[in-house]
Design a protein around this ligand. Sequence first.
Ligand code: NAD
Length: 483
Amino acid sequence: MDVVRGSLFIGGEWAGAAGGAEFTSFDPATGEPVGLFAEAGRTDVDQAVEAASEALFAPGWAGITAAARARLLWRVADLIEEHAGELAELETRDQGQPLGIAQGVSVAGAAEHFRYYAGWCTKIEGTVTPVSFPDTLHYTRREPVGVCALITPWNFPLMIASWKIAPALACGNTVVVKPAEQTPLTTLRLVELIERAGVPAGVVNLLTGGPDVGRALVEHPGVDKVSFTGSTAVGREIVRASAGNLKRVTLELGGKAASVVAADADIDSAVEGCLQGALLNSGQVCAAYSRFYVDRRRADEFTEKLARAAAGLRLGPGIDPDTQLGPLVSDEHLAKVDSYVRRGVAEGAHLVTGGSRENGALERGNFYRPTVFGGVHDDMAIAREEIFGPVLPVLAYDDPDELATRVNDSDYGLAAALWTRDLSTAHHLAARVRAGAVFVNMLPIPDSAAPWGGFKASGWGREMGKYALDVYTEVKGVWMHLG
Ligand code: NAD
């Protein structure tokens, strides 16, 4: 594939960065460059925010009907589907994910988000409020928050950009999108399709570049809202940096999802589900199952079956249809995953399979062998910290009553899973676990209609479903004396 050249998109114009800087993104399966992108500087950030501010109240956007906005979003969904093959290949080249995941999760999910929020455009309603003043009509309007900075991570670039852009536009906002510097390719292509769909100039602006571009947006007084998906450490920085004009902030941050395997679980289905839930996109998933609490009577059987299945997976470039597990996004990230594995060994966990980089024919890429640890304790780093890679620590439990306390003993609260055939066990644990999503006997894949977000240090607010309408609108009360 040729190296793609990418520009910034500001006020409806494609152009290089004002300062002329550029950066490269690489194919994680081969180390080859895949894209050369404009690196935005302070002037570009100012111009993008200004373009978004002007478009917010321009007749071409503020003046169009809700039905017209719906048609634009629907058209974007159609264009994503018309370009599904190309988008999936770009995502795989840039991010590394197997082509089947790029097609079935990333591209399909992106189109569905636009279609789902196209439906909401004509249903964003206010209420009439029974205030107790005589002769007074009070009603509410839901208005756009304003200029939204949408900052995304590298693990599902296309889908996460879509789950922010679609509701922001449905609610009438304008946006400046800043994809992760490792994986800007599909966001660039998505913005081209949004332009082609006829979304007016200035409504969607694109800035490519690294953390400094994100910082400049978060501090910018012309930005009204930040929607950020990424690490908890950066989420904390964003909260501090956005205090100047008290921006509205939505944060989708890290996770350490527990997966509980009850004594009555169908062990083979639990092994298969835990393996897929842990290794989707090589474990680079915020809700990936990343600590397994297994009834002690089943723990050895579970660990042995999990390790055998993990060791049998076929690693390879995502573009190869036979690949089951792709590379990690970068060399730096692989080094971080490996350092956690070394810590696990040093802290006394039993390494059952994996534990090293895959060499041989795959040595040019960032391939790490799926790694299963047994005999893990709650206080080990591999059981507590977000690794974001193919590392599966198994912990045993004796008393189901201790489970909620152990699962909740974490800074994170994004997701959890439970494998059981007992409805009562499922409902009780689902109610006691402090997490934004609990999956019973299934994989942690979001849906545009269901709320997504975390308790505790996993974030602020909820995206997706009707919940996104709350975070992309301000409520205005209109009081009218009728006497
Ligand atoms: P990251 O926090 O390093 O970067 C995310 C984005 O923020 C990038 O675009 C980056 O350039 C930008 N950025 C970095 N520093 C910034 C700053 N100070 N101010 C503003 N922007 C800044 O995250 P990552 O490594 O790209 O992604 C992995 C993390 O994302 C994991 O922790 C994962 O759990 C999390 N994640 C969460 C969800 C969710 O829904 N909760 C989904 C996907 C990923």
